[in-house]
Design a protein around this ligand. Sequence first.
Ligand code: SER
Length: 765
Amino acid sequence: MTSAQIRSSFLDFFKSKQHAIVPSSSLLPTAPNLLFTNAGMNQFVPYFLGDQTAPWRRVADTQKCIRAGGKHNDLEDVGFDTYHHTMFEMLGNWSFGDYFKKESLTWGWELLTQIWGIPPKRLFATVYQPGKNDPSVFDQEAYDIWAKIFKDAGLDPKVHIVHGNKQDNFWMMGDTGPCGPCSEIHFNLLPSDDEKAGRALVNAGSPRCIEIWNHVFIQFNANADGTFAPLAAKHVDTGLGFERVAGIHATTKGFKDFSAEPSNYNADVFQPTFDKIAALSGKKYTGTVPTDRTGLKAQEHVDIAFRVLVDHARCVSCAIADGILPGNEGRNYVIRRILRRGIMYGRKSLNLKIGDLTSLVEPVVQSLGDVFPELKTQRVMVERAIRAEEESFGRTLDKGLEIFQLHADLAPHGGKIFSGQSAFLLYDTYGFPLDMTQLLAAERGLKVDVSGFEKLMEQQRERGRAARKTDVIVASTEGDTVAEATKFVGYTIDPAQATHAKLVDVVKTEKDTYLVFDQTPFYAEMGGQVGDAGAALIDGVEFKIVDCIKDKSGRHLHKLATAEAPSSNLQPPKIGAAATLQVDYSRRRAINRHHSAAHLIHWALRKMLGTHVRQFGTHKTPDRMRFDFTHFEALTHAQIKECEQLVNEKVIDNSPVNAAEIDYDKKPADVLAFFGDKYGKRVRVVDIGGFSKELCGGTHVSTTGEIGVIKIVAEMAIAAGTRRIEAVAGQAALDHIAAKEAALSAVSHRLNAGVADVVQKFGIN
Ligand code: SER
């Protein structure tokens, strides 16, 4: 069987057992507590928890998974062994409250031994035996099922069943979420099929006996407080390591000859990428695996680099195709780290040059594009993003490697420690992720002083914080009273109507005074939208409000103009007083225009450039808006014009803008939400004309026509992989156009040429 046949035979088998075959979900997880999709079950979490009804009782699929950060992290082993990957396919079958342990384990055994012909004697099963303080009880049910299976195969259950504690046999997706006891199937790959020898290697970290299939019996939800709540129904979640089985099949010539050293990389799914690296480097992969990370032989360096590149090219291609671009934070930084490691190994051990990693996208698409079609549709974007990283990191890599050598040669403490200061220098100036420096250091038998590095990182963060530090808000509410959130009544404002409210608190800081009311039409700065300004009339005195911010309890703090602050003679008003609040209406409308313009620009960029474009940060004021987004290269002049054209078409269309509150769980799939951002149970969806839907708490125009016109005034890079657009809308856009016109007409006057002739006069056209 080829790798592709193994994949399809798994899916066909479960189809014959009435499973619906579904596509892999994106590597960008839907669960907010995950960095990446790390298991086949992630996309089914709402069904396990009973939040949504599953459309099927049984499903099977092949799922792209990344385990390179968070609870499940295999990154350190990639390249150094032959069976860990950053990105792998997990073949899986699921029951949503339908069949349970008996069917799952029996079918698993049938597929492995009867359909694929794996010798039963080489298989071992593990069952859950809780240790002290571990959840739940011994999994007698799984034990009994396995005992019968092994007995029927003429094998001794006592030899073939191994008990495992929470660490090995209680599967959790993350620290929270659906979980339960599991039963794994391990494969003895020793040359001899001696059962005792095989059993001894189960869960012993040997490449000669590896887990191939995990059957999880989802029965609990892990709560944040460490408790486990039983679920209403019991489910099955299994995961079979596709590359492992394909690799074993290839190494053993169809599970028959166990004399050769096993390696996942023998699977034909990796072959096109190996071939390409060999062609680019002129070197040969020989499959050596080091026993130690220090004192590597020349060919071991080469073979490690081959494996790293084959693995990393798949991982970054699939991640980028799913919109996870290399960046500076969270999951984007993990992808950057993986990419940089690949670039570094390619350079150091295979003498590859800038652009070579980009050319590995082609064999990745060739081997996986039919199964994961987004690799084909997003290919150009994937190549550009990798190329951009190769170019930016490539510029400092050689110098960084030189610095590393130099500092490693000078290593203090008897030559065993690579200083935190050197690691920080490599990180800060040469873009070396810490784990990459650790890998390089390990090759020289050095340990990086991580705490020294962290200390310098913290100092750098502190400098950043100090630079950003603003006035500290001190809540004046004392004692145990929990301050009540202010009721916001200002999504739509009638300029003819003031809002009546009660003053509930006066908050003072060293510099400023803030008024707090029980309710308010003043929007408090949030989601990049600036706070409202306006006035509060209290006991016949008008207080000018220049800004509004929110404190931790959700109270809107209305900032008084400096003249009305504590140092002035004006007495702050009395708590309990009745107030009339009036938002500066024309300022608010100008903010609304810029906020809705930001949504339109976001929509247009995703439409033009691809769905990898994601809002990264934004700022909306009455005069201007700033929109930061993930993208790997500068927009061309033509793209900026196209973006302007697209958004202004929507402005002229005068599309309606609606907002509605819904349950986060019920959010339709086409609503843009940004994980990593925190959302409550209830969320607000802003829908512009049915084409742009985003989770957003801000204020907007009521139809797009109100925006008037949008002009993009700047486009720039703010970090590798992150761009910024600045734009103006409404009156600010008209002012911008007028200023440009005035400049043009001054020039035309000076040249004594009509405006239309100016360009010609300069010989530009
Ligand atoms: N969720 C389990 C795992 O990832 C089985 O699919 O191992």
